[in-house]
Write a protein that binds this ligand. Structure first.
Ligand SMILES: Cc1cc2nc3c(=O)[nH]c(=O)nc-3n(C[C@H](O)[C@H](O)[C@H](O)COP(=O)(O)OP(=O)(O)OC[C@H]3O[C@@H](n4cnc5c(N)ncnc54)[C@H](O)[C@@H]3O)c2cc1C
Ligand code: FES
Length: 365
């Protein structure tokens, strides 16, 4: 670290810049100067998929500030975008490039959600746009000691974290076996099509299957998976994709002879949305005390139940990662839809995007 960097990161300078912090002043001079925060400039936008009538997908190359500490293949990052009207909205995106070091460029690959706020903005971004970042986060990563055989499974835009893994394995010239199964609607919807076509052509020791079940390719089933990867339940596996695909993989990783009925511990799952199947109990009343709105509990998470009543609580990731939806639950029991844990404490802070009520519940919204 240079003397200038050490100085601007010092407690004395931070205290002098209080209450705004030194980064507020540095940002005014140059948005790419930062002492603690992480920001990045978009340096390239590449269209990956453009099918008429379907949401486009683009890969953005980001040059982060020197405060970026790098990422492990499979991790995600919170991206904050200043939207028109001076609102900042934050969403989470997996890094799609190979593992990065401190200050290194990296990519995210974004599918535009036609009903969403941030993804459309990013897909149509121009080079030069500056975005706000967290450090890389998440435990969906390759282990330090790589196994002899890895299985990567993805569907749609869920390809991004496993593509980071695949690219990292290639960069490290991994000698072990890699099987990669990817599901897309059609060849025209295939993200990273050119690179995957090159891998399919050249091999590089990767057993690649690009599948389009809507065009007649086999859907994922235990029998089919067992033919492609014999003994797959014992192979370290990473899966990311739409809920039906992840559900099918999780079901296939349950050994019929296992009395617990739990998927094999070799299976690692990354979700882009909280799984719906593990919602809370339906019934009872959910009341939002500040707005005075109430309705019968549908079992969905509290963010969705508030939105269904016309409320507009702040949210970011909708996955329990960013804490922007935190609200006070005054009464009732909520179930964390990701972990299944329940909590009945009064006046506790909860993340409403991953909290589903079990029966009656009151939240300050
Ligand atoms: C770990 C992780 C990794 C991810 N990686 C990627 C990635 O690599 N690539 C990628 O494209 N995406 C990724 N995502 C998804 C991404 O974070 C965003 O959710 C997605 O891009 C949509 O964001 P948006 O702002 O466009 O839509 P949002 O504005 O968040 O809207 C999304 C949906 O929320 C609902 N919604 C929003 N507002 C309301 C409202 N007021 N009332 C009712 N419903 C509402 C709607 O159903 C809408 O379709 C990832 C998510 C996670 C959690
Ligand atoms: S919206 Fe990010 S934690 Fe709820």
């Amino acid at each position: 670290m240079s003397i200038a960097q050490t100085l601007i990161r010092s407690r004395v300078v931070e205290a002098l810049a209080s209450p705004h912090g030194v980064d507020r002043y540095l940002e005014l001079v140059n948005p790419m100067w930062a002492a603690r925060e992480v920001r990045a400039r978009v340096v390239e936008v590449r269209r990956e998929v453009e099918v008429p009538g379907h949401p486009p997908v683009a890969t953005l190359t980001l040059q982060p500030t020197s405060t970026w500490r790098g990422h492990r293949a499979g991790q995600h990052v919170q991206v904050g975008v200043d939207l028109p009207g001076a609102r900042r909205a934050t969403r989470v995106f997996s890094l799609s490039s190979a593992e990065s070091g401190a200050g290194d460029r990296f990519t995210i690959t974004v599918r535009a959600n036609p009903d969403g706020q941030v993804s459309k903005h990013l897909v149509s971004a121009e080079p030069g746009l500056v975005v706000h970042l967290s450090q890389a986060q998440g435990g969906f990563v390759l282990p330090d000691r790589l196994p002899d055989h890895l299985l990567l499974i993805s569907g749609g835009s869920g390809i991004t974290p496993v593509m980071s893994m695949l690219r990292t394995l290639q960069r490290r010239t991994h000698r072990g076996r890699v099987t990669f199964l990817h599901y897309a609607q059609s060849p025209a919807h295939q993200i990273f099509a050119d690179e995957l076509a090159e891998i399919a052509r050249a091999g590089y020791g990767i057993d690649l299957h690009l599948l389009h079940p809507e065009l007649g390719d086999p859907a994922l089933s235990p029998a089919w998976l067992g033919r492609v990867v014999p003994g797959y339940r014992d192979v370290p596996t990473w899966v990311c994709g739409p809920q039906p695909l992840v559900d099918a993989v999780r079901a296939a990783y349950v050994d019929p002879a296992d009395p617990d009925g739990a998927p094999s511990p070799q299976l690692n799952v990354e979700w882009f949305k909280p799984p719906r199947a593990s919602a809370g109990d339906v019934g009872g009343e959910v009341s939002f005390t500040r707005s005075g709105k109430a309705a019968v509990n549908t079992g969905a998470n509290l963010l969705e139940q508030a939105e269904a009543l016309g409320l507009r609580p702040e949210f970011g990731c909708r996955m329990g990662i960013c804490f922007s939806c935190t609200a006070i639950k005054t009464e009732g029991t909520v179930r964390n839809v990701l972990t299944g844990e329940t909590s009945s404490l009064p006046d506790e802070q909860i993340r409403i995007c991953v909290s589903a009520p079990d029966g009656d519940c009151s939240v300050v919204l």
